[in-house]
Design a protein around this ligand. Structure first.
Ligand code: HEM
Length: 225
């Protein structure tokens, strides 16, 4: 009889862990988006700052935050293990590559797009989470930090590139996760692909709007620095 540990470390088990952590991260993206939308309120950043303070005080949000850190670490470690397993299974490449047949650029480059997303997450945390939550530097409110951050064209460019690679990752991710979890068959592939692409576009348009609208002074007018 196979143990739970053996099931998790089997090749399909690894894929299931990848899919579960990936979908959990998708839920986080929606929650993060909800918080960011509060920045568009014309209230001097009050609603957004209250939401950020609640995130620090609320024990449930703290637990979810820890689970998120755990999920991203597990997702990245599993990505490395799966990539390594695939490489070991086929150490010598085909003389004629057929990898483009039936697979998209997005599906073949999940490691690359995921790595750029990881790089972006680290910069993002360094910019906002680290000074405010770890160093406890409260010279500015979080809303003010956002406004200041998005006045820097370099940070705006990094943000737009990071979110664009997130789009590339998500364009294949949701569809792939449903396939891994056995919720998709040939008939439903176009539907899950449409869901995947739709979700990827929704995330791209929404998250890219923040740096762009703040940079051009269209959003955040009421936030005083
Ligand atoms: C918010 C961030 C992220 C989200 C929402 C996300 C979501 C997902 C989802 C849903 C999948 C599909 C799993 C499956 O095929 O069943 C996936 C796959 C993958 N992710 Fe992510 N991911 C994120 C960040 C990352 C990061 C930082 C990496 C770092 C390397 C990464 C690397 C990968 C790789 C390599 C795969 C494909 C694994 C395979 O071949 O099966 N992801 N991701």
């Amino acid at each position: 009889m196979t143990t739970f540990k053996q099931q998790l470390t089997s090749s399909i088990g690894k894929k299931v862990v990848m899919a579960a952590t990936g979908l959990f991260l998708c839920v986080f993206l929606l929650e993060h988006l909800y918080g960011n939308i509060l920045l568009y309120f014309n209230d001097g950043g009050k609603a957004f700052d209250e939401y950020s303070h609640d995130a620090v005080r609320n024990i449930l949000i703290r637990i979810i935050e820890i689970a998120l850190f755990g999920a991203i670490i597990i997702h990245v470690i599993q990505a490395l293990i799966i990539t390594n397993d695939n490489r070991r299974a086929r150490p010598i490449k085909y003389a004629v590559s057929t990898s483009t047949e039936g697979s998209s650029w997005f599906s073949r480059n999940m490691g690359l797009t995921g790595s750029v997303v990881l790089f972006f997450i680290v910069i993002h945390l360094y910019h906002f989470f680290f000074p405010y939550r770890i160093l406890k530097d409260h010279t500015h409110t979080v809303a003010q930090m956002v406004k200041i951050g998005f006045q820097d064209p370099v940070y705006v460019a990094i943000y737009v590139i990071g979110v664009t690679f997130l789009f590339f990752h998500l364009n294949h991710a949701v569809r792939s996760a449903f396939h891994t979890l056995g919720l998709s068959n040939k008939k439903y592939i176009p539907i899950w692909q449409a869901v995947s692409t739709g979700f990827a576009w929704l995330m791209w348009i929404s998250f890219v709007s923040f740096p762009i609208l703040f940079y051009f002074g269209i959003a955040g007018k009421s936030i005083q620095i």
